[in-house]
Design a protein around this ligand. Structure first.
Ligand code: GLC
Length: 424
């Protein structure tokens, strides 16, 4: 301090002191909570280091298990208790209506940057005019397929679920006969959690079986197309899909896939960049197509993705907002998309030559950002989590052989009527 102030005039010394004080006051310690898959943690830590160097703040990462349902339960507990220890929450795209009251309105802080994001991603995070979170990245799932195996057996990329089932079976049987006993036909997420709601919604919509609850609030899930779609998925368990599927989440399926032990996999875009890494057994041997369609329907992909929100209970809201704006900025999204193939939410990156050259895969889903299927969270609002949990339970029971799809959907319909009461 002495040497810093030596030679200063009185007013110069006062200025230096006040600058030091203001720097100290601005150097906050904040925390961000997030679930992690693949290389998320390493990437986030690199980006936080740059943020810390730039701003003087320090950021602690609180990491949660990868299941988005587990994250939601934990968030709800912390937020209900008004926990001041977490400043920034990474939120799933479907949570905005349920958690809106617990986060600050980002509108006044983002007027300068709001046009940088896809309008659909901003809309999804706006509840009654309040901007609940800033879009970080979007996820659109696809059908991962082994290019080498389809070529070896002279098969086309399947366009319908039935074609996928037949091709998966044929290649799996042939590979097993050839000595590869660990080979499976199709991997998907069958554990009872939010991921199964996403997979199940795709089966329904692609088969003309509706959106569980329609945009006008109608409960549509109990219908023959939906039942047939669930029965078809049940037929995969233990035939083309491992019996363990009933406990698989995204990372379980990616693990088997990346060892080279499956012909097809339904997964989100993050699995692409990881599958192309040097240590991956399938590097250069796979690609991703739209998910198959049902007989009467069209391919349907559930819109996923994550956003960043600032807790109403944060004691450092300014630093927290700074972090949210930093991580979701086009520059930070660009850094991230070079290593992680989820779809950016910043419009400019879709025209960026470096991203186009290094990670064209992540840019494939631009149109899907508008057309992907939304889970019924906007219509069921604060009841969405329960709707989802009732749906994944009916799907899980069907997959496990616990009741027919028809019976399970009938029971689900009754429970949804009860939950809705006089309105969503
Ligand atoms: C992915 C999606 C998210 C979804 C979750 C389900 O992480 O981005 O929106 O809820 O999968 O497992």
């Amino acid at each position: 301090m002495k040497s810093l102030l030596a030679g200063c005039t009185i007013s110069g010394a006062a200025l230096a002191l006040s600058l030091l004080a203001s720097t100290a006051a601005r150097a906050d310690e904040i925390s961000i909570v997030t679930g992690l898959v693949g290389n998320d943690l390493g990437l986030l830590q690199e980006q936080l280091k740059s943020f810390e160097d730039k701003t003087g703040h320090t950021v602690k990462v609180v990491s949660l298990p990868p299941s988005s349902s587990d994250q939601f339960s934990q968030y709800r507990l912390w937020l209900a208790a008004g926990n001041p220890d977490i400043d920034v929450y990474r939120t799933d795209v479907v949570w905005a209506p349920q958690l809106a009251d617990q986060f600050i309105d980002l509108t006044p802080y983002t007027e300068d940057v709001i046009d940088e994001y896809f309008p659909s991603t901003i809309r999804s995070q706006t509840v009654d005019g309040k901007l609940v979170a800033l879009p970080w990245y979007a996820t659109i799932p696809g059908l991962y397929y082994r290019t080498d195996l389809l070529e070896k057996y002279g098969k086309d990329v399947p366009k319908t679920w039935d074609e996928m089932t037949t091709t998966a079976r044929e290649i799996m049987d042939a590979e097993r006969a050839d000595g590869n006993a660990s080979m499976w036909g199709f991997l998907f997420q069958g554990a009872p959690y939010e991921g199964l709601t996403c997979d199940g919604l795709e089966w329904l919509v692609s088969s003309g079986g509706g959106n569980i609850v329609e945009a006008d609030g109608e409960i549509s899930v109990n219908n023959p197309n939906a039942a047939a779609a669930l029965e078809r998925a049940k037929s995969w368990i233990g035939t083309i899909s491992p019996p363990g599927t009933l406990s698989y989440k995204e990372e379980d399926t990616r693990g088997i896939w990346q060892l080279g032990n499956a012909v097809f996999m339904r997964n989100w875009p993050y699995a692409y960049a990881l599958g192309e890494q040097d240590d991956s057994a399938i590097k250069g041997k796979f690609d991703v197509a739209p998910l198959p369609a049902g007989e009467n329907g069209e391919s349907a992909a559930t819109l996923g993705g994550f956003n960043l929100a600032v807790s109403k209970y944060s004691e450092h809201p300014d630093a927290a907002v700074e972090l949210v704006k930093y991580l979701t900025s086009p520059e930070a999204q660009k850094y991230r998309v070079m290593y992680n193939s989820n779809a950016p939410t910043a419009v400019a990156l879709y025209e960026d030559p470096e991203v186009q050259a290094k990670q064209p895969f992540a840019l494939r889903w631009e149109d899907s950002l508008e057309t992907a299927v939304s889970r019924p969270s906007n219509v069921t609002k604060s009841k969405y989590n329960e709707v989802s949990s009732l749906f994944w339970t009916a799907a899980y029971n069907t997959l496990s052989g616990n009741g027919s799809a028809q019976d399970n959907l009938e029971e689900l319909e009754l429970k949804l009527y009860q939950l809705r009461g006089n309105g969503w």
